[in-house]
Design a binder for this molecule. Sequence first.
Ligand code: SF4
Length: 261
Amino acid sequence: MSDESSAPEREMVRGIVDVLRYYGAMGIERFPFPVSNVKADGVSDSPDCHTATIDLDLTVREESALYVTQPSPSEKAKQLSALRDKIGDCARCKLSAGRTNIVFGEGNPDARLMFIGEGPGEDEDLQGRPFVGKAGVLLTRLIEKMELRREDVYIANIVKCRPPGNREPAQDETGSCRGFLEQQIEIIRPAVIMTLGNVALQTLMNNPALKISAVRGKLLEFKGHTVIPTFHPAYLLRNPADKWKTWADAQKALEKLHHGH
Ligand code: SF4
């Protein structure tokens, strides 16, 4: 069963567990076939179905694994906190030399929507929080226009330390840092990731040939997560006429979040 099992799938699992409990109450504790070999029509394809058995208790104990395929929000928060601890006072790349603060990322550990930018700017470096400068104000406005709050989504960057003079992070720097971001994505498991700008798009997708102008608003995929590339808010501050395009991209994200397509 996938991590994002649907309501009918969860219902089916509940039904199976109820049946197993019923058999347990009747004193039947072992089955003449392994559950893993039961097909959808209920017929076992075990070549040795008379001798293969499964422990009912084990099956019921595994119920939690079937139900709780997603860690709870508090578990995710703990995992993110452990990751932050692991990063520590990171000096894995040369950006550590000029930073004031590591900007880990912030938001809902259980967010269905995640924004990924390029790297911290001056304000972010000073405050240790992502997207708090002028570009951050614009991003916050976009989030609110989507009828969400910043606390509902998760916001992070490709690199966690400020590149000097706000230059683009170099390949060795993104290479050193991207593992942390990937772990954040694995923990949060957002349904949709909106990448902000070329660097975020190319680095996340591991494809330097991708251009925001060509793939903006398209639905891409990264490790099972839908990725919707859009402009960086800093670009929109310089090119406000393109704001409507980002709004169109955001609507695609909402469509995906609400209807799954
Ligand atoms: S940018 Fe990332 S890898 Fe480089 S020092 Fe900062 S946290 Fe470490």
